[in-house]
Structure formats: structure tokens, C-alpha cells
Design a protein around this ligand. Sequence first.
Ligand code: HEC
Ligand code: HEC
Ligand code: HEC
Ligand code: HEC
Length: 185
Amino acid sequence: MNALLLLLACDTGFADPSRAFGPPVPDGPRHATTIHAPTTLGVVDTPLTDANGTPIGVACATCHGPDPESSWAAREGAPFHTGVKLAHGPIVCDSCHAADRTALHLADGTLVPLADTIELCAQCHGPQYRDYTHGSHGGMNGYWDTRRGPRTKNHCADCHAPHAPAYAAVLPVFPPHDRRPLEAE
Ligand code: HEC
Ligand code: HEC
Ligand code: HEC
Ligand code: HEC
């Protein structure tokens, strides 16, 4: 610290002027931090895409309603989502899905829209959520100093599939083959 003060006091400038410190950023309003939302969150995926290449999904409310008894899905009764395979510790479907299938629920019964899935994850994964809010889990884009510009963060579901959240293991490969003979070093 003392050495730094001494350096600043000398004010000899930088040999390369382009490396000099910029002017201090005035303390002003902060830009927004937004969380990216996966386009497929809260819809049933289809193989279709729209003109912009965005996947087209079917909203849960197309078949499910707030009253599980009278919704179309309950009357239909036939199995529909046959591809769901759960690999998420010891928890079961109803740990997350509410009786109203258009929503999720917290442990105390509070309904959470599918778009706010992070609230649900945070309830059971406190340490990771804390790290996420601090910026040391989950990554971000944009500006570290939000006085200078906005920031975008990833959604938990960008990286972890809610039904099978384990991050795929990375397969180590051999290093690139160097075709230069060793003698050339
Ligand atoms: C095309 C109609 C349709 C759409 C769209 C749909 N579902 Fe379903 N869903 C059904 C049917 C039919 C059943 C089986 C009947 C039942 O259990 O109510 C069902 C059952 C379920 C179940 C219970 C599964 C089980 O094994 O107990 C969950 C959970 C569920 N749906 C969630 C969702 C969510 C979340 C969405 C939106 C992302 C969604 N569904 C969209 C038709 C649909
Ligand atoms: C950890 C919480 C959690 C558990 C446990 C869970 N789900 Fe889900 N489920 C979600 C979330 C979050 C979504 C929305 C994901 C999306 O749309 O990408 C979802 C989406 C769905 C959908 C919508 C269609 C789809 O395939 O994306 C169905 C159906 C579904 N879940 C059924 C089930 C069934 C059946 C079980 C139990 C075998 C189950 N879920 C267990 C959190 C959970
Ligand atoms: C109801 C509690 C609950 C909810 C809600 C929940 N989880 Fe989990 N999660 C668990 C449990 C229990 C385990 C298993 C822990 C273990 O095996 O040590 C787990 C494991 C995980 C793992 C590690 C998987 C592995 O095999 O390494 C990840 C990643 C994860 N959850 C992410 C999420 C995300 C993302 C959400 C939100 C969509 C979520 N969880 C919602 C309880 C929950
Ligand atoms: C940019 C991708 C990314 C995002 C976004 C992300 N994670 Fe992770 N997460 C990872 C990686 C990578 C690991 C480490 C996997 C490993 O070590 O095998 C991990 C590990 C985990 C684990 C397992 C921890 C352990 O020690 O085994 C949990 C639980 C978890 N994340 C929850 C969350 C929750 C909750 C969110 C949202 C608040 C989230 N993650 C957002 C990439 C991400």
C-alpha cells in the first residue's frame, strides 16, 4: 500500500501512455443486471422453429389449468410426457411441481411461475445461489463495473437441466500433436 502511494506521488507517468489509468468513473446510476431466460423454459419443446430460428414451444396452460381436477390434461388422463427421466438426488416430481401443473412450488407451498425457477433452485442450493449472486458461480457477460454498462447473467437452467442437473463430465484428450521436431526448440 505504501509502495503504491509512493508510486502515485512520484507521478512519473507511464513509459507507454496508452497504459495510463483512465479518468475515474463518476459515481452515478448503475446499469441493470438482467438474467438471461432460456427460450424453452416453461414450455413443452417441439421440433418446430419460427422464422427467426427461435424454438416454438407449447405453453403448459394449453392443457393444464389451475384446478388440476377440471383441466384438459386430467380429463384426457392419457400419459403424455413419457420422456421425463429424473436424476436429481432423492427428490420426486412433487418436490418441485405444484398440483397446478402450470407452476412450481416452494417448500411452504408458495407457487412460483416456471419463469422464476431460480427461486426454486435457491431454496435447496443455498451455497450455490449465494455464490451466484456474488458472481462466483454461473458466469456473466457485460460489465463488471455496472457504472460503466449493463451485465447479463446466465440462468441456472442454461447450464443445469432441472430433471438431470449434473454437469456432464469433461473427457480429457491428448494434447495437440506438435509436428515440429524437438531439435528445432
Ligand atoms: C399437449 C398437452 C399438454 C401440455 C402442453 C403439457 N402437459 Fe403436462 N400433462 C398432460 C397430460 C395429458 C398429462 C397426464 C394426465 C395428468 O396426470 O394430469 C400430464 C401430466 C403432467 C404432469 C404429471 C406427470 C406425472 O407423471 O405425474 C406434470 C408434472 C406435467 N404434466 C407438467 C407439465 C408442464 C410443467 C407443462 C409445461 C411446460 C406441461 N405439463 C404441458 C398434457 C400436457
Ligand atoms: C428440481 C425440480 C423438479 C423436479 C424434481 C421435477 N421437475 Fe419437471 N420441471 C422442472 C422445471 C424447472 C421445468 C421447466 C423446465 C423447462 O421448461 O425447460 C420442468 C418441466 C417439466 C415438464 C414440461 C415438459 C418438459 O419436458 O420440459 C414436465 C412434463 C415435467 N417437468 C414433469 C416432471 C415429472 C414427471 C417429474 C418427476 C419424475 C418431474 N418433472 C420432476 C422442475 C422439476
Ligand atoms: C427440493 C429440493 C431441491 C430443489 C428444488 C432443487 N434441487 Fe438440486 N439437488 C437436490 C438434492 C437433494 C440433490 C442431491 C445432492 C447430493 O446428492 O448430494 C441435488 C443435486 C443437484 C446438483 C448436483 C447434481 C450432481 O449429480 O452432481 C445440481 C447441479 C442441482 N441439484 C441443481 C439444481 C437446479 C439448477 C435446481 C433448480 C432447477 C435444483 N437443483 C432444484 C435438491 C433440490
Ligand atoms: C455457466 C453455467 C452454470 C450456471 C449458470 C450455473 N451453474 Fe451450477 N455448476 C456449473 C458447473 C460447471 C458446476 C460444477 C460441476 C462439477 O464440478 O462437476 C456446477 C455445480 C453446481 C452444483 C453442484 C455443486 C457440487 O459441489 O457438486 C449445484 C448444486 C449447482 N451448480 C447449482 C446451481 C444453481 C442453483 C444455479 C443458479 C442459481 C447454477 N448452478 C448456475 C455451472 C453452472
